[in-house]
Design a protein around this ligand. Structure first.
Ligand SMILES: Nc1ncnc2c1ncn2[C@@H]1O[C@H](COP(=O)(O)OP(=O)(O)OP(=O)(O)O)[C@@H](O)[C@H]1O
Ligand SMILES: Nc1nc2c(c(=O)[nH]1)N=C(CO)CN2
Length: 199
């Protein structure tokens, strides 16, 4: 007979606590996939992108599973010629962090690389956007998922397609189809450059 079953000093654990612990266990043992877009158009762009990838990998609860090729891209959404060109790449993650914590970490990594926020779509040392987090859909302006402009950005979709040819953008369709609707003008692979997957 199980002695502890009748031990009067053992208090029953409330159901709500059991549910919370079970939910936390499920999150920890069930990492979610996330797609991040990285961009830089000030400073040493390649070094910064690699630094961001390494900083993401150093985050508890984050594993970088794939790193795309590097693209050199014309600034999107601003007057042509008004800003230096970007280096862009996409990384695929597995993470046990919830979406809000992943965004917090993305902002911390941007700040570590001296990101300044002044004008919208202004030039920046580093931009880290969450393109998608599992199949989460949210219109919260603090964290809109999938990213509200990802489907119209070849600088996001082209590198994503390279590392995940069958990828889908929740609510929008396949990345391959979305890409065919966009021009790739001004989005050029830089085959001479490479970002490393952290060991
Ligand atoms: N999916 C998302 N990824 C990153 N930031 C997001 C997302 N959805 C909403 N935001 C919010 O957008 C705010 C502005 O982000 P940011 O400064 O990176 O914009 P941006 O890069 O200039 O423009 P864009 O949003 O068009 O890429 C952030 O403070 C963040 O709270
Ligand atoms: N080519 C390019 N253009 C942009 C980029 C970017 O990463 N690459 N990011 C922006 C704001 O997120 C605005 N415009």
């Amino acid at each position: 007979m199980n002695q502890t079953q009748f031990d009067p000093t053992v208090q029953p654990v409330p159901t709500s606590v059991v549910e919370q612990v079970d939910a936390a266990d499920t999150t920890l043992s069930n990492p979610h996939r996330a797609v991040l877009s990285l961009g830089a158009n000030l400073g040493n762009r390649l070094e910064t992108l690699q630094g961001a990838i390494d900083a993401l990998e150093d985050t508890p609860g984050v594993r970088v599973k794939a790193v795309s090729p590097v693209y050199e891209t014309e600034p999107w959404g601003v007057e042509p010629g008004s800003q230096p060109s970007y280096f862009n790449a996409v990384v695929l993650l597995k993470t046990t962090l919830p979406p809000a914590s992943l965004l917090e970490r993305a902002h911390a990594v941007e700040e570590a690389f001296h990101r300044v926020r002044d004008e919208r779509w202004g030039p920046r040392t580093l931009d880290v956007d969450i393109v998608a987090y599992a199949d989460v859909v949210s219109d919260d302006p603090t964290l809109t998922l999938p990213h509200p402009r990802a489907h119209e950005r070849a600088f996001v979709l082209a590198p994503w397609h390279d590392v995940e040819p069958d990828a889908r953008l929740t609510g929008r369709g396949t990345v391959a189809e979305l890409l065919t609707a966009l021009t790739r003008d001004g989005v050029a692979p830089r085959g001479d450059l490479e970002l490393r997957l952290p060991e």
